[in-house]
Write a protein that binds this ligand. Structure first.
Ligand SMILES: [Zn+2]
Length: 204
């Protein structure tokens, strides 16, 4: 997938077909329990479909959010501040779209402001709203950087993500000590090697 396609993808992902209701999702969880070989009606499992559905609701809350809207409120009274701004090590939990297994990681988000800055918590909220979806890390990294770039129009954006993927640490090839590092650099973060090094130094 080219970065162009990523940039054009709407921030709010559309549901395909009608959205199932909660009872349908709980029934699906009961089916998985039965298929596993256990009895969904025994005491320890009776509430499990409800709990799992609630957990998925939390895991995928990002589909109901519009990350671009989060960045709409910005400030221009910055007294000429024109140096790099970096929010470091933002913890997030996501789920991989191939196995629905957890992706646990941290994101470093930096930008060089134009004439506006955003409240720093907004940067973390943008990470959250893209993470709380079915994802691959490469796309998550690009979506965060592209959205900041498009909405805030800064001189540059850098995003680095380090994450462990449970689909390969606890299952599959079982390589527990691996993490995946991805980055996306735009504007002066891409063009200025010194700035890029300075930013990457913050992520070490
Ligand atoms: Zn996976």
């Amino acid at each position: 997938m080219s970065s162009n396609v990523l940039a054009m993808e709407p921030a709010r992902t559309l549901h395909h077909g009608s959205k199932p209701d909660r009872a349908e999702v709980e029934a699906a969880v009961r089916t998985i329990i039965r298929w596993s070989g256990d009895n969904p009606d025994r005491e320890g499992l009776v509430e499990t479909p409800t709990r799992v559905t609630r957990a998925f609701e939390e895991a995928f809350v990002g589909y109901a959010e519009d990350p671009a809207a989060i960045l709409q409120k910005s400030f221009d009274e910055i007294e000429g501040y024109d140096e790099m701004i970096v929010l470091r090590g933002i913890r997030f939990e996501s789920h991989c779209e191939h196995h629905m297994a957890p992706i646990l990681g941290r994101a470093w988000v930096g930008y060089m402001p134009g004439d506006r800055v955003v409240g720093i918590s907004k940067l973390a909220r943008v990470v959250e709203s893209f993470a709380k979806r079915l994802q691959i890390q490469e796309k998550l990294t690009a979506q965060i950087a592209n959205t900041i770039n498009e909405v805030l129009n800064p001189r540059g954006v850098g995003v680095v993500i380090r994450a462990t993927h449970h689909c390969m640490t606890t299952r599959g090839v079982r390589k527990p000590d691996t993490d995946l590092v991805t980055s996306r650099m735009l504007g002066c973060f891409r063009d200025d090697p010194q700035l890029r090094r300075e930013f990457l130094g913050e992520t070490a």
